[in-house]
Ligand binder design. Sequence first.
Ligand code: SAH
Ligand code: SF4
Ligand code: F3S
Length: 452
Amino acid sequence: MKKTSVYIETFGCQMNVADTERASTGLRRAGYELTGEAEEADVVLLNTCSIRARAEAKVYSRVGEVKHKGRRSGQLIGVMGCVAQLEGEAVFDHAPSVGLVAGTQATDRLPALIERARAGEKKVLDLGEREAGEIWEVSPVERHSPYVAFVPIIEGCNKFCSYCIVPFSRGRERSRPAAEVIDEVKRLKDAGFSEVHLLGQNVNSYRPRPPVGLENFDGATPFSKLLRAVAATGMERIKFTTSFPRDFHHDIVAAIDENPNLCNWVHLPAQSGNDRVLRQMRRGHKVADYLERIRTIKNARRRIALTSDMIVGFPGETAEEVMDTVSLVEQCQYDSLYIFKYSPRARTPAAAMSDTISEEEKTERFERVEEAQKRIQKTLYSSYLGEVVNVLVERRSTRSELDLMGHSTCHKIVNFRGSDALIGRTVDVRITEVKSNSLYGEAAQSLLKAFC
Ligand code: SAH
Ligand code: SF4
Ligand code: F3S
């Protein structure tokens, strides 16, 4: 009998990518076939994001498109991920062609849920929690890359920043046992992966219970112990994201200093450069606390690349307060920066705040911060000219057939000329040209890993 085919489309952050990998593992194990073609699939699953209004709107327009183009009669359309968890039953009212809604913790139950829908049950809904004995481990063929693997270490978020929907869509923080994380990284290494990204909304809130597996490792916090334990597996490159400023312990930088395979990149979202706004955002840190963390990072033995997120147009933010964000950007000298226009999310405290900022004003503020970052980034990227960075080659460049594309240990995009044989390898590249968001260079295998 022909297998039922499933197509999954992923929106949002790396956690959703990791969930798609996990869902695919479970589905294939249950006898389903995974396909890359939405139109031909028996089941289309949209793994959705709700972080800003625009991300959410995309889901419904995509459902309409899938419905319109689908060639299969009786094609089942399902919504999973953050929108599913938040909207639940309402998804069916919004989009009557959807037959299945599976929340963020229902990933492992998808095979059974799909079966129910295909057996004729209307509006199959699961917003329940993850069950014990869950499939955390993803099969290598389902990974988004054969070289870089995402390894979730903590799910959910307890911080409740006043603008953010994630604590509602992902629930309370749940840490994975350390021994499980370490074993997974070991197996990834054996399977030929060169890089892992330890994932969590806040990796430094990692608190495994019981903390078995970390007894033999030093560290001031469970996360810095875990970093040392993962480094000891010998995995070639280890990155982690996202770090939360309030809980960013200086021991994380000490761990990076001690272990060359802990990569020289930290993503530390600041959100604003003004203390009043930060208080309103309920971030739990002041500008001075943030700058203290930055000093520790900048004083590391290797140059650690620093990236961040900022929100402009938070309710009540004044034109002067945005200039404090510009000033923070100038002080921190970020390697790159994601700037977001504040988007009100239902259920969050900030959505009830008055004193809203017009879209036009948000755009202006966005451009002010962006202009500062562009200027800084240009100078910072220029300092790489003539330097050598170590690049994990991921694929051919989409822009030029002759070029390869990969990321440096400091998480910059690097392109250089080379053959397919280098894909999947780590290569030293001497930088010869600087673009606004990437570096260009030439392979320099014999050169020492001098810079990045
Ligand atoms: N846990 C991470 C962030 C996860 S969400 C942290 O705390 O740093 C990724 C980014 O989306 C956030 O850093 C923030 O800049 C942005 N963001 C979250 N909610 C938003 C909202 N309502 N409007 C605009 N940007 C938002
Ligand atoms: Fe959202 Fe704040 Fe949690 Fe980050 S720390 S996911 S911004 S609530
Ligand atoms: Fe989006 Fe959910 Fe990630 S809201 S950013 S997919 S945690």
